[in-house]
Ligand binder design. Structure first.
Ligand code: ZN
Length: 323
């Protein structure tokens, strides 16, 4: 294996009103405070650009490598690194929100990307649930329910358990509830429209809501995309969780030894559980790295669970994404 094929990254942490301390307790990170809500683990976004933690490219940011060393990423096109991988610790409920698609974001958000995202449930309460979708029969009823603040009627929740996987298409109302930890893989964007924030105050004031834009972009009636998610086990060790135009997400679980092959230009890897080695390099729970373009084959040894992602066919080479 080529030297420095693995780009280990230092996460960027975000304090949030709904955050907690589990990123330290469960993952051992050196978090900045008692309300740490997000760990931007693999990110080249300007609001949190990860630095390489060791090796030849130590202290370089991911965006800098994307701009100057595109060969590491298999010459994948695009003005920006396409994906963003986060761990979210929701100690309290998150606001109920929705994301625009690329077309809406381009016209209404200054050329930004839209946001498709997906969630792997790392942990949740025993009787955990999550907000996905709504109960309005059409856009008029959606608009009425939002303007009349009929939240209990509007909001749709579904039960979840550890290990579940959910795809969140643009236009889908969604929210994580307190006690849930997830690993999120998403388009590299942070355009979010807040529909409802449980009437909470942040620094004495309610956080801004985006009622009109939300009504514009929410799909009505709700479409249950979970019906379209095809789970397939590619081998005894590897399971494809989703393959959409923006990304493919796979879970790799090894007990013993596994020889994998990578046909993709590069792969984002997060270690969810356990420890082991990858081509002789020590990897353990909480580490995040990018397997850069190489000869394709790799060896994993140990008892370890990885969540990996690589970019899809949809890229954004033709316009500058600004957000
Ligand atoms: Zn979201």
């Amino acid at each position: 294996m080529k030297q420095d094929r693995l780009l280990f990254l230092d996460p960027v942490f975000k304090e949030m009103i709904w955050g907690g301390e589990r990123l330290k307790k469960d993952f051992g990170y050196d978090i900045p405070g008692t309300r740490t809500g997000e760990c931007w683990a693999i990110s080249a976004h300007e609001h949190g650009d990860c630095k390489v933690s060791s090796g030849l490219y130590k202290d370089k940011t991911l965006s800098e490598l994307w701009n100057t060393k595109r060969e590491l990423f298999g010459d994948y096109p695009g003005v920006k690194f396409p994906l963003l991988v986060k761990i979210i610790d929701a100690n309290d409920d998150l606001s109920i929100q929705v994301h625009p698609d690329d077309t809406y974001a381009r016209f209404h958000e200054n050329g930004s990307f839209g946001k498709t995202e997906c969630w792997y449930i790392l942990d949740c309460k025993d009787d955990g649930d999550i907000v996905i979708g709504h109960n309005a029969k059409d856009r008029q009823e959606l608009s009425d329910m939002i303007r009349e603040k009929r939240w209990n009627e509007l909001i749709r929740t579904i039960p979840i358990k550890k290990g579940d996987f959910l795809q969140i298409e643009p236009g889908t109302v969604h929210a994580i509830k307190g006690g849930t930890m997830i690993l999120e893989t998403q388009q590299n964007s942070d355009i979010t429209y807040r529909v409802y924030d449980y009437d909470r105050l942040s620094d004495g004031r309610p956080r801004e809501l985006h009622v009109e834009k939300s009504i514009d972009v929410i799909t009505a009636p709700h479409i249950d995309h979970s019906a379209f998610v095809q789970l397939e086990t590619d081998s005894g060790n590897m399971e494809t969780l989703i393959s959409c135009p923006y990304y493919t997400v796979v879970k790799i679980h090894v007990e013993g030894r596994y020889e994998g092959s990578m046909a993709q230009p590069f792969m984002n890897v997060s270690v969810l559980e356990g420890e082991g080695t990858l081509d002789g390099t020590m990897i353990r729970k909480g580490m995040h790295f990018i397997m850069t373009n190489g000869d394709g084959s790799y060896n994993i040894e140990g008892t370890i669970t990885l969540l990996c992602s690589y970019p899809g066919i949809q890229h954004n080479e033709t316009r500058a994404g600004i957000d």
